[in-house]
Structures are given as structure tokens and as C-alpha cells.
Write a protein that binds this ligand. Structure first.
Ligand code: ZN
Length: 665
């Protein structure tokens, strides 16, 4: 395949690599470098390329999962964007462009993080007039029904609604459930499936790869597989996976890809489990990937998985850091402050590595995770372990892009603390991510008979809190200094300060005034920070407090070792909740500490943040792989290039990776 190169190329050299790219709304586009790609063999480069194509081919699936009108709206907006004949520097067209870029960024019409629907800053009349410039053949669907979806704030206001007490299925715009399916019906449907399970010790991920619909009053699943719903996109993914198989690094890797293809063909979730087991056990190859229906954050019931793709390369140097952690997994498990009944006797199979992201697709693009721990199936994790990765080049890009932006000067209490953060912040952040992914998620166990889904909508938040607390507790441990991972007994303080500051204050910049906290990772951080703050307030000399200086609020930490003890106490309680499946305790903790926002503090933080003129969310523009071939068409080399403009990349993806019809029923 020929890949076009944009005219806006910047150089790929590290010394003047441009990390920051364009900015719009609350978003900042960044670029990441694929360190080490040039050192791969041609066969490995080819494998990265094929897996990258497979990572891009599922794009339309995610768009449709995020809302049933998204593919049509994207086509409509892009057609106006390319064909508009009016004044492109007019206020209306500028507002239109910003709206389209936000939709691109979120893979749909709802905010990627907050889940609320975007309100366009241009009028319906403007859009109707602009559409006169577009050839109607480009829009082979009813465009009238799209106007209220775009403009009426009461229609599909939330992608994923988590508000306690409402029917989460009926009130969520995400396309995981068909028209008219209620939360009670969906829960009942899957509970019955679980009860009928003949192998309850090895449960499949019920409902993970299907839309649940009601037809003639009957509930049934429309499975996402070749020949089924999203089949056209899945066939394109299979095509690239088959090519990847021909250049696999070893037989195990070939078998992994083969099993994934089999799963995509059948949609069979037992085959999916078998695939994840092979995937966990393949640790030899330097090139790796994730591809498929993976994370369930977008489903209000936490079952149905959004599609994502990632091609990556192992970072040999940084991996030695996480190997030290996983080699000591049992030591960490044994010494954690949780009740012995909830500890794993045998911490096995935790592989840990640092990877270099080479291509992002689906739900990882352009807003990506910086660490991944898979698979999600509890029994597979318990019996076969999990693969943990931290994505070093993304973290690196975030750090480089943030340097000198004034954020710390505004929010960190004093020069000494800033100095601590400058010196140790990046390293301890990486270490906390490693601990979270390599050890945190893999630690602990459920008591016998406890349903892994008992925490329901609170499950994700509790799980993230567990992993974060594990990391917070241990980043301060002497063991890390002994292992050579922290330089001294002071470094962890940088992480404690930034964590508390983020959880209590600065993460609020991601929340619109008047809204509460919805997203699981944000809830987890708020939960930890507020719980600790409240418990510290009961102490004679609080370990941590909020103080005012010249009208501005700051986090002040008075006693770091005591703060560590509080993290340990909460870790023990969170692990108990998880192990016992204590839904009521999870609900109370989260509703009390993790959801509500202090209005005055929120306004203050927003005001201070706005004055810095920074974007709270960041996403990445992907690199491009340029294929060189000889006369016979054989690949002779592959180069990675950077510098494609964001709109160019989006229009190219819509052209080259449009795999699905506009309507997927
Ligand atoms: Zn996590």
C-alpha cells in the first residue's frame, strides 16, 4: 500500500523532534517517536507495519460503538470540511472546524473523557447552507435525522451515563444495547447466562463482543465477528493479521495471531480466552500487539468491550527496570498491608516490560493509555498471569511537551517541593505506573465463590484504586532503593505530592463547571486523595492538608511517612472490598469521596488553570510507515516518518480505513 506523506513534515531526529502540535478546544495534539524502529530487522519492521495496519482497520467499529449515528455524522462533517466553498476563515467555519476536530478526537460526538455531548458553536442554518456545497451522492443516508443528534442538547446527552439510580442503559448513547433494552433486562439476561454456565471456574467474558438487542420482544446478541455485526471491518483486520503471521518472529507468536484470527472468525469467547492465554505466554518476541475488543469502560454496565489496536516494540533497556519488580512480585505481595486472606500465595506469570508504541488504533487513538495490563479475565489472570506494559515513548512525550509550561509554578506549594518534583518526578511517575501495572493489578485474590462482577458499575474504580494504592504504598519502600529503582529515601515524596495535588485539585481542570466526576481513573484518584485528606484531618498534626495562601489553595504535606501509612490502610480496605465483593461498601466509598466536586475549589482551580492557557487533554498524531519496494514489489525497507497534519491524517484514515456501512443494524 502506498502511504502518502504530508507536506508538513518535521524531522525525525531526536534533537529537534517537535512534540507539541496543534491545539483546539481543550485538546493538545502531541507526537511520539518510535524509538528503536530503525534498529529492527526488515522482517520485524514488516511485522510492525502489518500489525499497524491491523490496528487502524478497526477504527469504524469504535465509531459505531460510541454511538449509532457517528459514522454518518463523520461523513457529513468531513464532506462539508473538504467541499465548503464559502469563507473558510469566517467565525462559523472556524467553529465548525473545531467541532469536527473534537469529534475526530473523541471518535464520536461525545467527549472522550467526560462523555457529555459537544454543543456546536455554529448554527444549524450554517450547516444546512454549507451542505449545499456537498455532492448529495456523498451522503447516501437520511441527513434530516442527524440535525437533532448534533444540535439538540437533550438528545443523546451522555455517551456513558454512570449516575447512580438512573437506568444506565437507556440513558447512555453508546451503541452497546439496541433500542428499548433496559438496564434490568440486560442485567437479567447476563445473570441468567452466568447461572447456566457449565464451567463457572473458567467463566467467559459474558457479553463482551456483542450488541444486545430486542427483536420481536426477545433479547438476543448480535456478535461482532466475521460474517456478523462489524464483519466487514473484522475481515480487513484478519487480512493484515494473516500477513503478520507470515513474518512472525517465532512459532508462539504465529500461534497467537492464528488464534486471534480464529476468534475473529467465530466470535467464540472460549476461543478468545484461549487466544489471551497464548498471548500472555508469548514473551520472546520483540514486537507485540493488542488488537480486539478489550476495555469495557464505555459500557455503563462494564461488560461490553470497545475495539482497540496497538502495535509495539519492546524497549530493551527500560524493561530491565520492570523485570526487577516482577522478579520480586511475591515479596511485594507478602509484605503488603492487606489481610493475609486476600493475598495470592503464588504470584506467577507477571511479565513486565516497557514498550515503544508504534501505532495507535481504535479506543487508544488519539488519546492513549500510558500503561496496559491484560487480559481482563480474572481466571486467566489467576491461572496464567497477565502481561503488563508501560508505554515509555508516550510518557516521554508527555513529559517533554509539559516542560516549562508554568503549571508547577502555579499549583505546587513551594520551591523546595518543586525542586523535589523536578529532580525525581519523571522517574517516580514511571515507577508508580510500573508498580500499578506490573504488581498492583496482578496482586490479591477474590475469596472463593465471589463473583468477579459483584461491584458492578463501581468495579473499574475500585480496581484502579487498588492498583494505584499498591503503587503509592510501595514507591516509598526501602526495597525499591535496595533494588536500585529509586535513588534514595526522598524521591518518593515527589510522587506523593503530585498524586495528592492531582487527586484533590488539578485533575478538576478536566471537569466542566457543575459536573461531577464520572471516569473510573479520575474517580479512583479523587477517592484516594479525599479519603486520605479526611483521615489526616482527624490527626493531631495532619499528615496532609489544604492550605490557603494569598487566596490560593495548595496541598501541604507535613508528614510523608504517615501519609504512606494512610495509603496502606486504604489499600487494605479496598482489597477487602474487592476480595469479598462488598458492593455496598464500594458504593458508599465512591459516592462519598470520588464523585462530588467542591464548587468553590473547582472554580478556583479552573480560573488558575485557564490563566496558564494550557490544554487539559492530550492526544497523539500517529507516525506513518513508508514502504520501499524493489521492481518485483518486494519490500526492501520501511521507514517511519512524522509530521502529517492532524486533519490530513483523519481524512486519510476515513478514506483508507473506511470499513463499515454508515448504518450497522
Ligand atoms: Zn490500571
Amino acid at each position: 500500500m502506498t502511504i502518502c506523506v504530508s507536506a508538513l513534515s518535521t524531522t525525525a531526529r531526536a534533537d529537534n523532534f517537535v512534540y507539541n502540535d496543534e491545539r483546539f478546544a481543550d485538546l493538545q495534539m502531541l507526537r511520539y517517536q518510535v524509538h528503536g524502529f530503525d534498529q529492527l530487522t526488515l522482517k520485524q519492521k514488516t511485522l510492525v507495519y502489518y500489525l499497524s495496519e491491523a490496528a487502524l482497520c478497526g477504527r469504524d467499529i469504535l465509531w459505531d460503538q460510541n454511538g449509532r449515528y457517528n459514522l454518518r455524522i463523520r461523513q457529513l462533517l468531513e464532506s462539508v470540511y473538504t467541499d465548503f466553498k464559502g469563507n473558510r476563515s469566517s467565525k462559523d467555519f472556524q467553529a465548525f472546524t473545531t467541532y469536527l476536530k473534537r469529534v475526530w478526537f473523541s471518535n464520536g460526538i461525545h467527549h472522550h473523557y467526560g462523555c457529555e455531548k459537544f454543543q456546536p458553536a455554529f448554527s444549524e442554518q450554517f450547516l444546512r447552507k454549507a451542505l449545499k456545497d456537498v455532492d448529495p451522492k456523498k451522503l447516501p443516508f437520511d441527513i434530516e435525522e442527524l440535525f437533532p443528534i448534533i444540535f439538540d442538547p437533550t438528545v443523546m446527552p451522555k455517551r456513558t451515563n454512570q449516575a447512580d439510580g438512573e437506568d444506565l442503559v437507556l440513558t447512555s448513547a453508546a451503541n452497546y444495547y439496541g433500542a428499548g433494552v433496559t438496564q434490568a433486562e440486560a442485567e437479567d439476561f447476563y445473570n441468567r447466562m452466568k447461572e447456566a454456565d457449565t464451567d463457572p471456574a473458567h467463566p467467559i467474558m459474558f457479553g463482551m463482543n456483542s450488541r444486545l438487542v430486542k427483536e420481536d420482544g426477545e433479547l438476543r446478541e448480535k456478535v461482532w465477528r466475521s460474517g456478523g455485526l462489524y464483519g466487514a471491518a473484522i475481515d480487513r483486520i484478519i487480512y493484515w493479521l494473516q500477513k503478520a503471521q507470515t513474518v512472525a518472529e517465532n512459532d508462539k507468536q504465529k500461534a497467537v495471531i492464528g488464534k486471534l484470527i480464529e476468534y475473529y472468525r467465530t466470535g467464540d469467547l472460549k476461543t478468545f480466552d484461549a487466544y489471551t492465554i497464548l498471548w500472555v505466554e508469548e514473551t520472546e518476541g520483540q514486537v507485540d500487539f493488542t488488537n480486539g475488543f478489550t476495555e469495557s469502560y464505555g459500557d455503563p454496565l462494564g461488560m461490553k468491550a470497545s475495539w482497540e489496536g496497538l502495535a509495539n516494540i519492546k524497549d530493551m533497556e527500560a524493561t530491565s527496570r520492570t523485570e526487577k519488580l516482577s522478579a520480586n512480585a511475591q515479596w511485594f505481595e507478602d509484605h503488603s498491608p492487606v489481610d493475609a486472606r486476600f493475598k495470592k500465595e503464588n504470584c506467577k506469570g507477571i511479565t513486565a516490560k516497557v514498550i515503544v508504541g508504534a501505532m495507535l488504533g481504535g479506543d487508544l487513538y488519539p488519546s492513549t493509555a500510558i500503561g496496559i495490563n491484560l487480559p481482563n479475565s480474572n481466571w486467566v489472570r489467576a491461572e496464567h498471569g497477565s502481561k503488563s506494559v508501560t508505554i515509555g515513548n508516550f510518557t516521554d512525550a508527555y513529559n517533554k511537551a509539559a516542560r516549562g509550561n508554568g503549571f508547577q509554578e502555579e499549583f505546587v506549594i513551594d520551591e523546595a517541593t518543586r525542586e523535589l518534583i523536578n529532580q525525581y518526578g519523571d522517574a517516580c511517575d514511571d515507577l508508580h505506573t510500573d508498580l500499578h501495572e506490573c504488581l498492583g493489578h496482578g496482586s490479591g485474590k477474590l475469596l472463593p465463590g465471589v463473583d468477579a462482577d459483584s461491584l458492578k458499575a463501581y468495579g473499574s474504580t475500585i480496581e484502579e484504586a487498588r492498583a494505584d494504592l499498591f503503587g503509592l504504598y510501595y514507591v516509598a519502600d526501602q526495597k525499591l532503593t535496595d533494588l536500585g529503582l529509586t535513588p534514595n529515601g526522598e524521591a518518593y515524596k515527589s510522587q506523593y505530592y503530585t498524586y495528592m495535588m492531582n487527586g484533590l485539585m488539578t485533575q478538576l481542570v478536566r471537569i466542566e463547571p457543575g459536573n461531577s466526576i464520572e471516569e473510573a481513573h479520575m474517580r479512583n484518584r479523587a477517592l484516594i486523595a479525599h479519603w486520605v485528606l479526611e483521615h489526616a484531618a482527624a490527626q493531631a498534626q495532619p499528615a496532609v492538608e489544604l492550605v490557603k495562601r494569598e487566596g490560593k489553595t495548595y496541598v501541604k504535606i507535613n508528614d510523608y511517612p504517615t501519609l504512606r501509612n494512610l495509603f496502606g490502610e486504604l489499600l487494605a480496605e479496598i482489597q477487602r472490598i474487592k476480595s469479598e465483593g462488598d458492593f455496598e461498601a464500594a458504593r458508599q466509598l465512591i459516592e462519598r469521596y470520588a464523585v462530588r466536586v467542591d464548587k468553590d475549589l473547582h472554580n478556583e482551580v479552573l480560573k488558575r488553570y485557564r490563566a496558564l492557557n494550557l490544554a487539559p487533554y492530550k492526544g497523539f498524531i500517529n507516525p506513518e510507515y513508508i514502504i520501499e519496494r524493489d521492481d518485483k514489489g518486494t519490500i526492501t525497507d520501511i521507514r517511519v516518518t512524522y509530521g502529517e497534519a492532524y486533519d490530513h491524517q483523519m481524512l486519510r484514515y476515513s478514506r483508507d480505513y473506511r470499513t463499515l456501512p454508515y448504518v450497522n443494524e
